[in-house]
Design a protein around this ligand. Structure first.
Ligand code: ADP
Length: 315
Protein backbone atom coordinates (compact mmCIF):
# COMPACT_ATOMS: atom_id res chain seq x y z
CA UNK A 1 0.00 0.00 0.00
CA UNK A 2 2.90 2.36 0.73
CA UNK A 3 5.92 2.87 2.99
CA UNK A 4 6.05 2.53 6.76
CA UNK A 5 6.48 6.01 8.20
CA UNK A 6 7.14 7.43 11.63
CA UNK A 7 7.27 10.91 13.12
CA UNK A 8 9.44 12.37 15.86
CA UNK A 9 12.78 13.06 17.39
CA UNK A 10 16.13 12.57 15.74
CA UNK A 11 18.93 13.01 18.28
CA UNK A 12 22.56 12.41 18.90
CA UNK A 13 23.15 10.21 21.88
CA UNK A 14 26.08 10.45 24.23
CA UNK A 15 26.30 7.82 26.90
CA UNK A 16 28.29 7.06 30.02
CA UNK A 17 30.65 4.14 29.52
CA UNK A 18 30.79 3.32 33.22
CA UNK A 19 28.07 2.79 35.81
CA UNK A 20 27.58 5.90 37.95
CA UNK A 21 25.25 7.50 40.41
CA UNK A 22 24.93 11.04 39.06
CA UNK A 23 25.47 13.25 36.06
CA UNK A 24 27.21 15.92 38.06
CA UNK A 25 30.38 13.95 38.52
CA UNK A 26 32.66 13.84 35.46
CA UNK A 27 32.61 10.45 33.75
CA UNK A 28 33.78 8.80 30.54
CA UNK A 29 31.38 9.29 27.67
CA UNK A 30 30.95 7.61 24.27
CA UNK A 31 29.34 9.14 21.22
CA UNK A 32 27.90 11.05 19.46
CA UNK A 33 25.78 8.23 18.00
CA UNK A 34 22.75 8.65 15.71
CA UNK A 35 19.63 8.17 17.83
CA UNK A 36 16.04 9.04 18.70
CA UNK A 37 13.52 6.20 19.10
CA UNK A 38 11.68 6.96 15.81
CA UNK A 39 14.99 7.21 13.93
CA UNK A 40 16.27 3.87 15.27
CA UNK A 41 12.94 2.25 14.43
CA UNK A 42 12.79 3.52 10.87
CA UNK A 43 16.44 2.71 10.20
CA UNK A 44 15.78 -0.90 11.22
CA UNK A 45 12.75 -1.06 8.88
CA UNK A 46 14.86 0.14 5.97
CA UNK A 47 17.80 -2.17 6.75
CA UNK A 48 15.39 -5.11 6.46
CA UNK A 49 14.32 -3.95 3.03
CA UNK A 50 11.05 -2.32 4.04
CA UNK A 51 10.05 0.96 2.36
CA UNK A 52 10.53 3.56 5.10
CA UNK A 53 10.26 7.30 5.71
CA UNK A 54 10.49 9.69 8.66
CA UNK A 55 9.06 13.13 9.43
CA UNK A 56 11.54 14.91 11.68
CA UNK A 57 13.88 17.88 12.10
CA UNK A 58 17.61 18.33 12.57
CA UNK A 59 19.89 21.35 12.79
CA UNK A 60 22.18 22.52 9.99
CA UNK A 61 25.13 21.04 11.89
CA UNK A 62 27.39 17.98 12.09
CA UNK A 63 25.07 16.18 14.52
CA UNK A 64 22.23 16.58 12.01
CA UNK A 65 24.37 15.40 9.10
CA UNK A 66 25.54 12.37 11.12
CA UNK A 67 21.92 11.27 11.44
CA UNK A 68 20.61 12.15 7.99
CA UNK A 69 23.61 10.56 6.24
CA UNK A 70 23.12 7.32 8.19
CA UNK A 71 19.38 7.16 7.52
CA UNK A 72 19.82 7.93 3.82
CA UNK A 73 22.62 5.37 3.52
CA UNK A 74 20.44 2.69 5.10
CA UNK A 75 17.59 3.38 2.66
CA UNK A 76 15.23 5.66 4.62
CA UNK A 77 13.30 8.33 2.67
CA UNK A 78 14.74 11.51 4.26
CA UNK A 79 12.72 13.97 2.11
CA UNK A 80 10.57 15.00 5.10
CA UNK A 81 13.45 15.70 7.49
CA UNK A 82 13.51 19.49 7.83
CA UNK A 83 16.96 21.10 8.19
CA UNK A 84 16.65 24.03 10.63
CA UNK A 85 19.20 26.83 10.49
CA UNK A 86 18.07 28.39 13.78
CA UNK A 87 17.84 25.27 15.92
CA UNK A 88 20.56 22.76 16.80
CA UNK A 89 20.11 19.01 16.45
CA UNK A 90 18.59 17.47 19.59
CA UNK A 91 20.61 15.39 22.01
CA UNK A 92 20.25 12.81 24.74
CA UNK A 93 22.67 11.87 27.52
CA UNK A 94 22.25 8.43 29.03
CA UNK A 95 23.56 7.22 32.36
CA UNK A 96 23.45 3.68 33.73
CA UNK A 97 22.78 2.99 37.40
CA UNK A 98 24.30 0.11 39.38
CA UNK A 99 20.94 -1.74 39.24
CA UNK A 100 20.88 -1.60 35.42
CA UNK A 101 18.31 1.24 35.21
CA UNK A 102 18.91 4.12 32.80
CA UNK A 103 18.46 7.85 33.32
CA UNK A 104 18.14 10.24 30.39
CA UNK A 105 18.83 13.95 30.03
CA UNK A 106 17.01 15.04 26.87
CA UNK A 107 17.42 18.22 24.89
CA UNK A 108 14.43 17.99 22.54
CA UNK A 109 12.04 20.91 23.12
CA UNK A 110 14.71 23.56 22.46
CA UNK A 111 16.22 21.75 19.50
CA UNK A 112 15.32 21.09 15.88
CA UNK A 113 13.61 17.89 17.09
CA UNK A 114 11.09 20.06 18.96
CA UNK A 115 10.13 21.91 15.76
CA UNK A 116 8.52 18.99 13.89
CA UNK A 117 5.50 20.19 11.92
CA UNK A 118 3.42 19.46 8.84
CA UNK A 119 5.62 20.78 6.04
CA UNK A 120 4.60 20.14 2.43
CA UNK A 121 7.22 17.36 2.25
CA UNK A 122 5.76 15.79 5.41
CA UNK A 123 2.23 15.93 4.02
CA UNK A 124 3.36 14.35 0.74
CA UNK A 125 4.99 11.47 2.65
CA UNK A 126 1.87 10.93 4.78
CA UNK A 127 -0.34 10.82 1.68
CA UNK A 128 1.62 7.94 0.16
CA UNK A 129 2.21 5.97 3.39
CA UNK A 130 0.72 2.54 4.06
CA UNK A 131 1.56 2.28 7.77
CA UNK A 132 2.21 4.77 10.59
CA UNK A 133 4.30 3.73 13.58
CA UNK A 134 3.70 5.99 16.58
CA UNK A 135 6.39 6.43 19.25
CA UNK A 136 5.24 7.56 22.68
CA UNK A 137 8.30 9.79 22.98
CA UNK A 138 7.21 11.74 19.87
CA UNK A 139 3.77 12.39 21.39
CA UNK A 140 5.49 14.61 23.97
CA UNK A 141 6.48 17.06 21.18
CA UNK A 142 3.40 19.26 20.50
CA UNK A 143 4.17 19.80 16.78
CA UNK A 144 4.92 16.12 16.21
CA UNK A 145 1.73 15.17 18.02
CA UNK A 146 -0.36 17.10 15.46
CA UNK A 147 1.47 15.48 12.54
CA UNK A 148 1.00 12.04 14.11
CA UNK A 149 -2.76 12.46 14.57
CA UNK A 150 -3.07 13.74 10.98
CA UNK A 151 -0.99 10.80 9.70
CA UNK A 152 -2.99 8.21 11.65
CA UNK A 153 -6.28 9.55 10.29
CA UNK A 154 -5.05 9.94 6.71
CA UNK A 155 -3.37 6.55 6.48
CA UNK A 156 -6.28 4.71 8.09
CA UNK A 157 -8.72 6.45 5.72
CA UNK A 158 -6.84 4.95 2.78
CA UNK A 159 -6.84 1.46 4.28
CA UNK A 160 -3.42 1.58 5.97
CA UNK A 161 -2.54 0.43 9.48
CA UNK A 162 -1.13 1.88 12.71
CA UNK A 163 1.22 0.59 15.40
CA UNK A 164 2.02 2.16 18.78
CA UNK A 165 5.07 1.79 21.01
CA UNK A 166 4.06 3.45 24.33
CA UNK A 167 7.66 4.36 25.27
CA UNK A 168 6.44 7.32 27.35
CA UNK A 169 9.55 8.45 29.22
CA UNK A 170 8.80 10.22 32.47
CA UNK A 171 11.50 12.80 31.74
CA UNK A 172 9.52 13.96 28.70
CA UNK A 173 5.98 14.10 30.12
CA UNK A 174 5.41 17.82 30.64
CA UNK A 175 1.74 18.36 29.77
CA UNK A 176 -1.58 16.50 29.39
CA UNK A 177 -1.44 16.67 25.60
CA UNK A 178 0.89 13.68 25.36
CA UNK A 179 -1.43 11.40 27.36
CA UNK A 180 -4.56 12.64 25.56
CA UNK A 181 -3.05 11.97 22.13
CA UNK A 182 -1.64 8.67 23.38
CA UNK A 183 -5.17 7.53 24.28
CA UNK A 184 -6.47 8.72 20.90
CA UNK A 185 -3.88 6.63 19.03
CA UNK A 186 -4.38 3.67 21.38
CA UNK A 187 -8.11 3.65 20.54
CA UNK A 188 -7.43 3.04 16.83
CA UNK A 189 -4.09 1.16 16.77
CA UNK A 190 -3.83 -2.23 15.04
CA UNK A 191 -0.64 -3.29 16.82
CA UNK A 192 0.62 -2.38 20.32
CA UNK A 193 4.27 -2.94 21.32
CA UNK A 194 4.55 -2.30 25.08
CA UNK A 195 7.48 -3.22 27.31
CA UNK A 196 7.26 -3.90 31.03
CA UNK A 197 4.72 -1.80 32.91
CA UNK A 198 3.61 0.05 29.77
CA UNK A 199 1.07 -2.75 29.20
CA UNK A 200 -0.55 -2.06 32.57
CA UNK A 201 -0.52 1.71 32.06
CA UNK A 202 -2.08 1.42 28.60
CA UNK A 203 -4.84 -0.91 29.83
CA UNK A 204 -5.41 0.59 33.26
CA UNK A 205 -5.14 -2.95 34.69
CA UNK A 206 -2.41 -4.33 36.96
CA UNK A 207 -2.70 -7.96 35.86
CA UNK A 208 -1.17 -9.15 32.57
CA UNK A 209 -4.02 -11.39 31.42
CA UNK A 210 -6.66 -8.79 32.31
CA UNK A 211 -4.70 -6.00 30.59
CA UNK A 212 -4.27 -8.03 27.40
CA UNK A 213 -7.95 -9.07 27.37
CA UNK A 214 -9.11 -5.50 27.83
CA UNK A 215 -6.92 -4.13 25.03
CA UNK A 216 -7.85 -6.90 22.57
CA UNK A 217 -11.53 -6.36 23.35
CA UNK A 218 -11.14 -2.63 22.75
CA UNK A 219 -10.15 -3.36 19.14
CA UNK A 220 -6.35 -3.78 19.02
CA UNK A 221 -5.58 -6.72 16.72
CA UNK A 222 -2.16 -7.72 18.05
CA UNK A 223 -0.17 -7.04 21.21
CA UNK A 224 3.51 -7.92 21.35
CA UNK A 225 4.92 -7.62 24.86
CA UNK A 226 8.69 -7.02 25.12
CA UNK A 227 10.31 -8.65 28.16
CA UNK A 228 13.95 -7.63 27.82
CA UNK A 229 16.29 -10.57 28.52
CA UNK A 230 13.20 -12.77 29.00
CA UNK A 231 12.14 -12.49 25.37
CA UNK A 232 8.66 -11.53 24.23
CA UNK A 233 5.05 -12.71 23.92
CA UNK A 234 2.40 -12.36 21.22
CA UNK A 235 -1.31 -11.98 21.92
CA UNK A 236 -3.78 -11.75 19.03
CA UNK A 237 -7.54 -11.47 18.91
CA UNK A 238 -8.89 -15.02 18.53
CA UNK A 239 -5.35 -16.47 18.25
CA UNK A 240 -3.29 -18.59 20.67
CA UNK A 241 -0.68 -16.83 22.78
CA UNK A 242 2.94 -17.32 21.63
CA UNK A 243 5.95 -17.00 23.97
CA UNK A 244 9.41 -16.56 22.50
CA UNK A 245 12.46 -16.90 24.76
CA UNK A 246 15.32 -14.43 24.31
CA UNK A 247 18.53 -15.29 22.50
CA UNK A 248 21.61 -15.69 24.70
CA UNK A 249 23.88 -12.69 24.10
CA UNK A 250 26.22 -10.45 26.09
CA UNK A 251 24.40 -7.17 26.62
CA UNK A 252 26.64 -4.16 26.00
CA UNK A 253 24.01 -1.40 25.59
CA UNK A 254 20.24 -1.94 25.94
CA UNK A 255 19.23 1.36 24.27
CA UNK A 256 17.40 0.82 20.99
CA UNK A 257 16.53 -2.86 21.52
CA UNK A 258 12.81 -2.21 21.73
CA UNK A 259 12.85 0.02 18.64
CA UNK A 260 14.70 -2.60 16.56
CA UNK A 261 12.41 -5.30 17.93
CA UNK A 262 9.28 -3.39 16.93
CA UNK A 263 10.61 -2.52 13.50
CA UNK A 264 11.56 -6.13 12.79
CA UNK A 265 8.19 -7.45 13.97
CA UNK A 266 6.25 -4.94 11.90
CA UNK A 267 8.38 -5.36 8.78
CA UNK A 268 8.06 -9.16 8.91
CA UNK A 269 4.29 -8.88 9.31
CA UNK A 270 4.04 -6.37 6.46
CA UNK A 271 6.05 -8.82 4.32
CA UNK A 272 3.40 -11.46 5.05
CA UNK A 273 5.16 -13.54 7.74
CA UNK A 274 3.03 -15.28 10.39
CA UNK A 275 3.14 -13.92 13.98
CA UNK A 276 5.42 -16.71 15.30
CA UNK A 277 8.08 -16.13 12.63
CA UNK A 278 7.82 -12.35 13.00
CA UNK A 279 8.23 -12.71 16.79
CA UNK A 280 11.36 -14.83 16.34
CA UNK A 281 12.92 -12.27 13.98
CA UNK A 282 11.97 -9.43 16.34
CA UNK A 283 13.65 -11.21 19.27
CA UNK A 284 16.74 -11.65 17.11
CA UNK A 285 16.75 -7.96 16.11
CA UNK A 286 16.46 -6.88 19.77
CA UNK A 287 19.19 -9.28 20.88
CA UNK A 288 21.61 -8.27 18.10
CA UNK A 289 21.07 -4.62 18.94
CA UNK A 290 22.08 -4.95 22.61
CA UNK A 291 25.45 -6.45 21.67
CA UNK A 292 26.68 -3.12 20.21
CA UNK A 293 27.44 0.20 21.90
CA UNK A 294 25.23 2.92 20.41
CA UNK A 295 21.47 2.73 19.89
CA UNK A 296 21.51 2.45 16.09
CA UNK A 297 24.80 0.57 15.65
CA UNK A 298 23.21 -2.86 16.04
CA UNK A 299 20.49 -2.67 13.37
CA UNK A 300 20.17 -5.82 11.26
CA UNK A 301 19.46 -6.88 7.71
CA UNK A 302 17.10 -9.80 7.13
CA UNK A 303 20.09 -11.96 6.12
CA UNK A 304 21.90 -11.10 9.37
CA UNK A 305 18.80 -12.05 11.35
CA UNK A 306 18.50 -15.38 9.52
CA UNK A 307 22.13 -16.27 10.29
CA UNK A 308 21.82 -15.11 13.90
CA UNK A 309 18.65 -17.20 14.43
CA UNK A 310 20.37 -20.31 13.05
CA UNK A 311 23.55 -19.86 15.12
CA UNK A 312 22.47 -18.43 18.49
CA UNK A 313 21.14 -20.49 21.41
CA UNK A 314 18.04 -19.31 23.26
CA UNK A 315 17.52 -19.04 27.01
P1 ADP B 1 12.52 -1.68 25.40
O1 ADP B 1 13.87 -1.25 24.87
O2 ADP B 1 11.37 -1.14 24.59
O3 ADP B 1 12.36 -1.49 26.88
P2 ADP B 1 13.21 -4.49 25.84
O4 ADP B 1 14.29 -4.06 26.75
O5 ADP B 1 12.17 -5.41 26.36
O6 ADP B 1 12.45 -3.24 25.13
O7 ADP B 1 13.93 -5.17 24.59
C1 ADP B 1 13.21 -5.51 23.42
C2 ADP B 1 13.54 -6.91 22.98
O8 ADP B 1 14.94 -7.02 22.68
C3 ADP B 1 13.24 -7.99 24.01
O9 ADP B 1 11.87 -8.37 23.96
C4 ADP B 1 14.20 -9.09 23.56
O10 ADP B 1 13.67 -9.78 22.46
C5 ADP B 1 15.42 -8.29 23.10
N1 ADP B 1 16.38 -8.10 24.19
C6 ADP B 1 16.51 -7.02 24.99
N2 ADP B 1 17.49 -7.19 25.90
C7 ADP B 1 18.01 -8.43 25.67
C8 ADP B 1 19.06 -9.21 26.27
N3 ADP B 1 19.79 -8.76 27.30
N4 ADP B 1 19.29 -10.45 25.75
C9 ADP B 1 18.58 -10.92 24.71
N5 ADP B 1 17.59 -10.24 24.10
C10 ADP B 1 17.29 -9.00 24.57
Amino acid sequence: LGPTITVGEILVEIMATTVGTGFIEPQSLAGPYPSGAPAIFIDQVARMGGAAGIIAGVGDDDFGRLNVDRLRHDGVDVSAIAIHEDWPTGSAFVRYRPNGARDFVFNIARSAAGQVGLTSAAEALVRRAGHVHVMGTALTIPGARKVILFAVETVQARGGSVSLDPNLRKELLTDDGALDSFNQVLATADLLLPSGDELFTAAGRADEAAAVAKLLESGIGEIVLKRGEHGASFFGRGLPRIDCPAFTVDEVDPTGAGDCFGAAYLTCRRKGMAPDAALLHANAAGARNVTRLGPMEGVSTLAELTTFIAETPRR
